[in-house]
Ligand binder design. Structure first.
Ligand SMILES: Cc1cc2nc3c(=O)[nH]c(=O)nc-3n(C[C@H](O)[C@H](O)[C@H](O)COP(=O)(O)OP(=O)(O)OC[C@H]3O[C@@H](n4cnc5c(N)ncnc54)[C@H](O)[C@@H]3O)c2cc1C
Length: 249
């Protein structure tokens, strides 16, 4: 059965750098859970082309916020990146995705580890009250290549101010030196023990839950390290574990 897409109106297109944008849109969109994604679509040469995009706003916020990177040869993302206030886009009428707090078993420490635009669903999660009630400590990791990809700093600083010791934000920049972030890749930092030293926490099957989102190579490599070196397991409803993942491609 064909899905009847809703019409959404672009309210703002915030450009962070040459490729990164936040598209804020107004739509009569139903309830969703923090961590889920929506499907945005445009009519391109007579065909409705849709792609999934994580919801960055919290469920209680009216404007929908999408954090996207323009893929130079991509079909949809360059068109989304060029949108202006007042433009219309289509949005599938329901959110989806299992990268949500109600899907994971009880744990003390929640690690939200992202690369690039994979930061998005974790911003939605840290805006909710639930995450602060459910976990003793929340560690947000954002791995990027260059310092100007460290976006949403104001929001992250607000959350830090509100939750102080309960929240740790660890940005990693891999291709340049900067005072704003740790140099290198988060996978290496976990592998060589720097990460545990820095957070003062130890990964364990009893206390940890790790959510991974973004680049599929990072997700796979991180999962391998956490399974092999720390004894964690991939989580599913049928076989509960400590690692939940979302690969963006
Ligand atoms: C569940 C889910 C949620 C997603 N949420 C987001 C999101 O919040 N923000 C976002 O920018 N993208 C997100 N994506 C990716 C997004 O759906 C599209 O794949 C992306 O916008 C490219 O679409 P396109 O039509 O322009 O490119 P296509 O012509 O479809 O080209 C796809 C190629 O672009 C590259 N690519 C795709 N996504 C990314 C990315 N995020 N970063 C770097 N390279 C990428 C890969 O090489 C991929 O093979 C998500 C994907 C999934 C599966």
């Amino acid at each position: 059965m064909a899905v009847e897409f809703l019409t959404a109106k672009v309210v703002e297109n915030k450009q962070w750098n040459d490729r990164l944008h936040s598209l804020r849109v107004d739509a009569d969109f139903p309830d969703f859970k923090a961590g889920q994604f929506a499907r945005l679509a445009l009519d391109i040469d007579g065909e409705l082309i849709a792609r999934p995009f994580s919801l960055v706003n919290a469920p209680y916020e009216k404007l929908l916020d999408f954090y996207l990177i323009e893929i130079p040869d991509g079909v949809l993302s360059p068109r989304l990146a060029a949108m202006k206030p007042g433009d219309e886009i289509k949005i599938a009428p329901k959110a989806a995705g299992l990268l949500t707090l109600d899907q994971i078993p009880a744990a003390k420490h929640l690690y939200l580890i992202s690369t690039g635009t994979g930061l998005g669903p974790f911003l939605s999660i840290i805006k909710t009250d639930e995450v602060w009630q459910q976990f003793e400590k929340v560690v947000l990791v954002h791995g990027v290549r260059f310092a100007n990809e460290l976006t949403y700093q104001e929001l992250i600083a607000d959350v830090k101010q509100q939750h102080n010791e309960q929240f740790e934000y660890l940005p990693f920049v891999s291709r340049e030196k900067t005072d704003e972030a740790i140099e290198g890749r988060v996978t290496k930092a976990i592998k060589d023990g720097f990460f545990e030293e820095r957070t003062g926490l130890t990964f364990s099957a009893e206390d940890s839950h790790v959510m991974l989102c973004g680049n599929p190579d990072m997700v796979q490599e991180m999962m391998d390290i956490l399974i092999t070196d720390h004894g964690l397991q991939k989580h599913s409803k049928r076989e509960p574990g400590q690692i939940s993942i979302e690969k963006y491609w």
